[in-house]
Design a binder for this molecule. Structure first.
Ligand SMILES: C[S@@+](CC[C@H](N)C(=O)[O-])C[C@H]1O[C@@H](n2cnc3c(N)ncnc32)[C@H](O)[C@@H]1O
Length: 261
């Protein structure tokens, strides 16, 4: 296990994952797409992982799910109705895992609204539990493929920020096509940012960090806020896992781009 969070180790990926082209994702070219954005090929950036929810996570699902979980639907999200306020900055987080970072940032930035999208059910339960314990009123969750959420629920120029922290690195070359941050999906994400909005990614996998710099750097509507890698913004906490890696001498890279005005 080399990387952050609890991603599926590449060795756990079923052989069929190589050919699961009927799913959604981030992948390579496809001739057409929404609003002139090349549509990603239908390859998922995730596999459904085994892993049971704890009793506490299940309870959080039942008690807090109805208030804080939003259904996926192929129609624009009504943010004021979902969050109960009109003009708060809108931040999307893709793949929040168990929600440690999300909860920290949402507490710190209480004036911002956070939409967390995650497919892993125990993670959604864990996030709901944190929402109850902290408590947080500015987080909503959609349990669905983030690519479809971005495509179908988030209109152009509607977001103030996007967070993608430690996305699954898909170490093996034959799995690189599953990486979330590839040109078509980055173009789609950029189209959803308001002018001046930001895209913040972090990874502990150097070769994916290089890919992030390259792909975001090649997106004409984005500009780098730093010369290359960015210093870790204060709002992003160093998680327990990250700390352990840092102690072992592993690197972590932040990449922060802004939508051109
Ligand atoms: C390596 S984990 C990192 C979790 C968390 N961001 C952290 O820093 O601990 C990546 C997460 O992204 C989620 N994920 C991957 N592709 C996704 C997608 N297309 N839509 C929603 N979640 C996705 C996975 O389920 C996994 O929980």
């Amino acid at each position: 296990m080399t990387t952050h969070g609890q991603p599926p180790a590449d060795d756990e990926i079923p052989a069929s994952a190589d050919t699961a082209d009927n799913a959604t994702s981030a992948g390579a070219d496809h001739p057409t797409g929404p609003e002139g954005v090349a549509h990603p090929r239908r390859i998922r950036s995730f596999v459904r992982r085994a892993g049971r929810s704890s009793e506490a996570q299940k309870r959080a699902f039942d008690v807090l799910g109805p208030q804080f979980k939003l259904d996926y639907q192929p129609a624009p999200l009504d943010w004021p109705a979902a969050f109960g306020r009109e003009n708060a900055p809108r931040i999307l987080e893709i793949g929040f895992g168990m929600g440690e970072t999300t909860a920290h940032i949402a507490k710190l930035r209480a004036d911002d609204d956070f939409l967390g999208v995650e497919v892993h059910e125990p993670g959604v339960g864990a996030m709901l539990k944190r929402i109850g314990e902290t408590p947080l009123s500015n987080v909503r969750i959609i349990q669905h493929d983030a690519v479809e959420v971005v495509e179908n629920m988030l209109p152009e120029a509607s977001l103030d920020g996007v967070h993608v922290f430690f996305p699954d690195p898909w170490h093996k070359k034959r799995h690189h096509k599953r990486r979330l941050l590839q040109a078509p999906f980055v173009a789609l994400l950029a189209s959803r940012l308001k002018p001046g909005g930001y895209l913040h990614c972090a990874t502990d996998w150097q070769e994916y960090a290089e890919q992030m710099l390259e792909v975001l750097g090649a997106e004409p509507t984005l500009e780098n806020t730093a010369g290359g890698y960015a210093p870790r913004p204060d709002y992003r906490p160093v998680t327990k896992f990250e700390n352990r890696g840092l102690r072992l001498g592993h690197g972590v890279w932040d990449v922060v781009f802004r939508k051109r005005g």
